[in-house]
Design a protein around this ligand. Structure first.
Ligand SMILES: Cc1ncc(COP(=O)(O)O)c(C=O)c1O
Length: 397
């Protein structure tokens, strides 16, 4: 057995597709024409596969803040937060997040992935227990792999399954951490946080909610699903990422527990990597201000969600039940899903393709994501491409 055999198998699979521009996962975006329009292989392409939910990647305030910071602080921090990588703007962004959430403490990370690794790795060790939803993001699964804590999965979005798992644990120590997401990124479904909070409280477990996809999109102030469901102050740790609504890169955790600050010294994934670059940190601060000042962005986003969902249903596509900015088109078989994805791309529409190992065999999904920046014309154009692709797929059968 050769180490490279694993890689060769993937290469062989890719080589069966002759047009390399149309290999899912290898698409190159040549140019960006706007928040929702890009150029792929020389062709203007509608972007319905990004997490730019509020369309802020090209917002003038965000760009200007980024430009100023690069002039003022330079291009990088060249060090970890614990060494030389904490600038005044990192500390200021932490205060802004704490203030926005009405929580006492905030800590920022270089990515959302790293935030989960740092939180779970920093909080849990030998003798502790982490309970995670079975549909958790890879960053949550990977975080559990680097801890000596016992890891227990519970049924997706089932507070009842969580309760049973907690009941089976011996003793009543406060050494349990429950980890869920607010909005799940593949199927776009929302966690029943009120029920989950109640179970955690009854069993003395700490609760971490990852609001990666719901930050900026849910709740009266855009704080996420916990705010939307009225349980913001019952959640011990809220994690967010900057790479979606906030149009940058990085992660954050807010909490009322003062112990959060000790992660600065204890969390290996935080201590041993460089901090967010000045331009990025400044751009996230500016994006956050836009989110706070412009709640109407969320109204535009949700109007687009409704238009796209209705249009897809009218065309006969089977989509997920939950209304969310992530619209999962349930396509099933992998070969058919890849063919449909390629047709959409050829016609100028980019969506995401989820295939094994990202989902079980024959449960493939095309994931369309809405943005507040999609115009009505772009939504209509996307639906036209979906209609054409559906006809072509039928005539190809
Ligand atoms: C639920 C969840 N957590 C964490 C992450 C990682 O975030 P980042 O891309 O900022 O590393 C993602 C990314 O998609 C996610 O969906």
């Amino acid at each position: 057995m050769d180490l490279l055999d694993k890689l060769r198998a993937v290469e062989e699979r890719c080589s069966t597709i002759t047009d390399r521009s149309a290999i899912p996962g290898l698409t190159i975006i040549d140019r960006v024409l706007g928040p929702c329009e890009v150029v792929v292989q020389g062709r203007p392409t509608l972007m319905f596969g990004s997490n730019n939910y509020l369309g802020l990647t090209l917002h003038p305030d965000v760009i200007e803040a980024s430009r100023r910071a690069v002039v003022e602080y330079g291009t990088g921090t060249t060090g970890s937060r614990t060494a030389n990588g904490t600038l005044a703007i990192h500390a200021e962004l932490e205060r802004t997040f704490a203030d926005w959430f009405g929580k006492r403490h905030a800590i920022i990370f270089s990515t959302g992935y790293q935030a989960n690794l740092s939180l779970i790795g920093g909080l849990c060790g030998a003798g502790d227990v982490v309970l995670i939803d079975s549909d958790s993001h890879a960053s949550i699964y990977d975080a559990t792999r680097q801890t000596a804590a016992q890891v227990i999965g519970f049924r997706h979005n089932s507070a009842e399954s969580l309760r049973k798992k907690l009941e089976r644990l011996p003793g009543g120590g406060r050494n349990r951490l429950v980890v869920v997401e607010g909005l799940y990124s593949i199927r776009g479904d929302v966690a029943p946080l009120r029920d989950i909070v109640a179970v955690c409280r009854a069993h003395g477990a700490y609760l971490l909610v990852d609001e990666a996809h719901s930050l900026g999109t849910y709740g009266p102030n855009g704080l996420g699903c916990a705010e939307d469901q009225g349980v913001l102050h019952d959640v011990d740790f809220i994690v967010g990422t900057f790479s979606k609504s906030l149009a940058g890169i990085g992660g954050v955790c807010v909490s009322d527990h003062p112990e959060l600050r000790a992660l600065h010294f204890l969390a290996r994934a935080y201590v041993f990597t460089a901090s967010g670059s000045p331009s990025n940190i400044a751009s996230v601060g500016a994006a956050l201000n836009v989110v706070r000042r412009h709640p109407e962005l969320r109204d535009q986003l949700w109007a687009n969600v409704r238009r796209l969902r209705q249009g897809l249903r009218d065309l006969g596509y089977v989509i997920g039940e939950t209304e969310s900015p992530i619209v999962p088109i349930l396509t099933g078989d992998e070969e058919r899903t890849v063919a449909l994805w390629q047709r959409l791309l050829a016609d100028g529409l980019y969506v995401n393709l989820i295939a094994p190992p990202g989902c079980p065999v024959d449960e493939c999904v095309l994931r369309a994501s809405c943005s507040a920046a999609h115009t009505s014309e772009q939504v209509v154009r996307a639906l036209g491409i979906f209609a054409h692709a559906s006809l072509q797929m039928q005539s190809a059968v």
